[in-house]
Design a protein around this ligand. Structure first.
Ligand code: NCD
Length: 321
């Protein structure tokens, strides 16, 4: 019988905290695998038979949690976990690292969301199985980025040479941070960051990833100014839960509302993305416009999570044998 420390040493799992933990080639492979699953879902329905997902959500989520859980069920596996920190032992004072180590004895992979930036990294130190970051505070959200990338690829046929506008809460929007990180690795990109001055992209991204990539970018307060040039428009909600004061949130929340009038000046093949949940940033009238791609992101997200979980658990693609 092995001790827990021997098991930890032997396990040495691969985690995904950040989209940078996956290479561009790996992302391409995941997109191909997700497309293959989308095309022939029946071929994959027993791939993860006997496997379990630990779905540990210390912060509210509808899409991401249900998408991970549906992904595991559609691969023939099972799910256990909790949907809020009130129902975990952290309320008794247990450390996150202990909770994760305990759960990792019962499951084969963990999807975890936490309000603290860097929490999954801290939790991984003594974890027996792969951890996927399902959102850590205002920091990163790599599996949303995988859903965004496959949607862009499907709409534009490529992930390079694109002019991408990000609009809304660029300070706290973790999906924006992860997607900027991912897109900076492709050639010939051009970015426009549209936000009120209080909600600009953090300096660490501008001075780090963006500066290193050499891609041109501009910051503006006006969606009208840039909309005609965009191939992709990534709308986001103002992140109410990360504001220190309600008055600031109320003042900023409706700064941008994308409607058909504004879209009048956009390209005919623009793709409009939004990680959802939407509040008021996109008028409902836009949903019927062929440029709306935000519900496609939801659809794709489950398949990308299936592909990623297969990869991290080392499961073979049954169609590639
Ligand atoms: C996003 C998130 O949780 O960061 N939602 C999601 O996972 N699709 C975006 C948001 O909450 O605004």
């Amino acid at each position: 019988m092995m001790t827990q420390n021997e098991m930890l040493e032997k396990a040495n799992p691969r985690h995904v905290f950040d989209i940078g933990d996956l290479s561009v080639e790996e992302i391409d492979d995941l997109i191909s695998l997700a497309e293959s699953i989308m095309e022939k879902p029946d071929a994959y329905e027993e791939v993860a038979k006997g496997k379990k997902l630990g779905s540990l959500f210390f912060e509210p989520s509808t899409r991401t949690r249900l998408s991970f859980e549906a992904a595991m069920l559609d691969l023939g596996g099972n799910v256990l976990g909790f949907a809020s920190s009130d129902s975990s032992s952290t309320t008794k004072g247990e450390s996150l690292s202990d909770t994760i180590q305990v759960v990792s004895n019962y499951v084969d992979i963990i999807a975890m969301r936490h309000p603290k930036e860097g929490a999954p990294l801290a939790a991984a130190r003594r974890c027996l199985v792969p951890i996927i970051n399902a959102g850590d505070g205002g920091h990163n959200h790599p599996t949303q980025t995988l859903a965004d990338l496959i949607t862009i690829k499907e709409r534009k046929g490529r992930l390079d040479k694109l002019t991408v506008g990000f609009c809304g809460d660029l300070t706290f929007g973790r999906t924006v941070h992860s997607l900027v990180n991912a897109l900076c690795r492709y050639e010939g990109m051009n970015f426009a960051f549209i936000s009120p001055p209080e909600l600009r992209l953090p300096d660490y991204l501008k001075e780090g990833v963006l500066a290193r990539s050499g891609h041109p970018y501009m910051e503006t307060g006006s969606i009208e100014e840039v909309i005609p040039s965009l191939d992709i428009l990534y709308m986001t909600r103002v992140q109410k839960e990360r504001f220190f004061n309600e008055a600031d949130y109320v003042r900023l929340r409706d700064t941008y509302i994308l409607d058909l009038d504004k879209l009048h000046f956009a390209k005919r093949d623009l793709a409009i993305l939004h990680p959802l949940p939407r509040v008021n940033e996109i008028a409902v009238e836009v949903d019927d416009d062929p440029r709306a791609a935000y519900f496609d992101q939801v659809h794709h997200g489950k398949f990308m999570r299936m592909a990623l979980m297969m990869k991290l658990m080392g499961l073979e693609d049954p169609l590639k044998k």
